[in-house]
Design a protein. Structure first.
Length: 344
């Protein structure tokens, strides 16, 4: 090899890249390194948990806690019927592309901190149960799961996500999913301080309330846009849907906790746009996925709530998310029928 030095160059370059990559192991890139979207939400939920634990109001009111993915963002105290708003506090721990593992760990953590909700909404989407889509590693393992958590779930992590996680350990820049476009934009405009929560406007907006994010789906878009969006989202999430094995055990573990603590629980299947729902029908989601979730919920005393059947509101921000204008009536129905039916 010494007689052919050009063969050394790729090896040397590889080690140089590894050394530079280790810069991203520095503490500044972990904990509070807010880019956009996912990292902002997952950091805010940790702050929200501390706020909930220290909130004196929860000792004076009934407590509702929401878990789920982005389809659950609009569950808010503002949606509770006005005559009952003074009697309730509501905290929303839903997260972008959040899977049942994430919901289970937050509920378990809150219960260990002596926070016991009176009512829980667990919102579940079939896309989160398809292990081939890589949602276990990103964002869950990357942004929400520490070493203790990884040790606990590792036996249930699909091989593809294990491999992706291994690559994250070898190449640190992968794990933080550095958004170069955002970095360059902030660098040019002198806004690098926005990597800190105190200066991050997106974080401030999310952190203003108790976890709900009403700004996410305030638009009710026209049919033409929704039709195109249904095609786009179907190509991402519903191309060759496969019911995986990693998440159902955590739905079961979640329900075991709520049953054991006597917490009233509603398991919600969020409503999606009609053309996108046809993709659900194509893969027989109701029988392949929802029937299992529904039966499991009932076996632990929880109530399954199929919003695709229950909700009459047909306003959508995109094919996967209802408009927030739908949630006032939906929450009124939930509170009057399930959370606090005494007022009916």
């Amino acid at each position: 090899m010494l007689s052919r030095p050009f063969l050394i160059y790729p090896v040397a370059l590889f080690f140089v890249v590894l050394v530079i990559d280790k810069i991203f192991l520095l503490p500044v890139f972990h904990g509070e390194f807010l880019q956009a979207g996912n990292s902002v939400f997952y950091h805010q939920r940790r702050v929200l948990a501390e706020r909930l634990v220290q909130d004196p109001k929860i000792k004076e009111t009934k407590l509702a806690v929401v878990f789920g993915d982005s389809r659950s963002y609009p569950y808010s105290e503002m949606g509770i019927p006005k005559e009952k708003q003074k009697e309730w506090s509501l905290y929303n721990f839903s997260g972008p592309q959040a899977i049942p593992m994430y919901s289970y760990f937050w509920l378990d953590d809150l219960l260990k901190k002596a926070v016991k909700p009176d009512f829980v909404i667990l919102s579940l989407s079939p896309e989160a149960f398809d292990d081939s889509k890589g949602l276990v590693n990103s964002p869950f393992l990357r942004l929400a799961c520490d070493k203790e958590c990884r040790d606990f779930v590792w036996k249930d992590v699909p091989w593809k996500d294990r491999y992706e996680h291994w690559l994250d350990q070898v190449f640190s820049i992968r794990a933080i999913e550095l958004n170069m476009g955002l970095f360059i934009s902030r660098l040019k405009s002198g806004r690098l301080k926005e990597y800190k929560a105190f200066y991050n406007k997106e974080y401030q907006l999310i952190n203003y309330t108790k976890g709900d994010y009403l700004m996410y789906a305030t638009t009710a878009n026209p049919t033409e846009k929704l039709e195109k969006d249904a095609v786009r989202i179907s190509a991402i999430y519903m191309r060759s849907f496969q019911m995986g094995k990693s998440q159902l055990p955590y739905v079961k573990a979640f329900l075991e906790l709520t049953q054991g603590k006597g917490i009233k629980t509603l398991v919600v299947w969020p409503k999606v746009y009609g053309k996108y729902f046809k993709e659900y029908e194509k893969y027989n989601i109701k029988n392949v996925w929802w029937s299992q979730v529904s039966d499991l919920s009932k076996s632990y005393g929880a109530i399954p709530y199929d919003m695709n059947e229950e909700s009459k509101c047909d306003l959508f921000n995109d094919a996967s998310h209802q408009s927030v204008f739908c949630f006032v009536d939906q929450m009124k129905d939930i509170w009057e029928r399930y959370a606090d039916p005494s007022g009916r």
